[in-house]
Design a protein around this ligand. Structure first.
Ligand code: UDP
Ligand code: MG
Length: 160
């Protein structure tokens, strides 16, 4: 299918980005979308969702033995998040760079966390850390029919 083709085309990699409950409360959904849009990336899915704890525990299952895990699940379930899938060349790695470091105080100004956050447990936005992680997270948060397959009419002004 086209879906499968896109997922395996390195030029059309996908990542899972979510504005966390603090980012939603602070009115940063538009700001974060704006940055990915302006860069030339394409949103293929987006929804406001107050995630059930099961979903969040699964999402962060690799961190289950960390001391901050319970607090992290509480924080992430404290309100709705804005979950998105973004597509484009090297969007997983670039998405992480656009987010900044995990700890906002270690993030460069110009990054999302470096511009809008202070504490690690209020770091505004999530981004997948690898292509494989992205695949897992997208499947966890979205049904395939929630992803829109389309092309930008101005694609050739973004990609050479
Ligand atoms: N986190 C935390 N304390 C820590 C490390 C992480 O509260 O010492 C939270 C933080 O919200 C982070 C999330 O746990 O975004 C997931 O941690 P991870 O190491 O995956 O960081 P990320 O991939 O989000 O940069
Ligand atoms: Mg992570």
């Amino acid at each position: 299918s086209t879906f499968y083709k896109k997922m395996t085309d390195p030029k059309q990699e996908r990542t899972f980005i979510a504005v966390k409950p603090d980012g939603v409360q602070r009115g940063l959904i538009g700001e974060i979308i704006k940055r990915f849009e302006a860069r030339g990336y394409k949103m293929v899915a987006g929804k406001l969702i107050w995630a059930p704890k099961d979903l969040l525990k699964n999402h962060y299952k690799d961190l289950a033995d960390k001391p901050f895990y319970n607090g992290l699940v509480e924080y992430m379930s404290s309100g709705p998040v804005f979950a998105m899938v973004w597509e484009g060349k090297e969007v997983v790695k670039m998405g992480r760079q656009m987010l900044g470091a995990t700890n906002p105080l270690a993030s460069m100004p110009g990054t999302i966390r470096g511009d809008f956050g202070i504490d690690v447990g209020r770091n505004i936005c999530h981004g997948s850390d690898a292509v494989e992680t992205a695949r897992r997270e997208i499947a966890l948060w979205f049904k395939e029919e929630e992803l829109s397959d389309y092309e930008f009419a101005n694609k050739s002004w973004i990609y050479e």
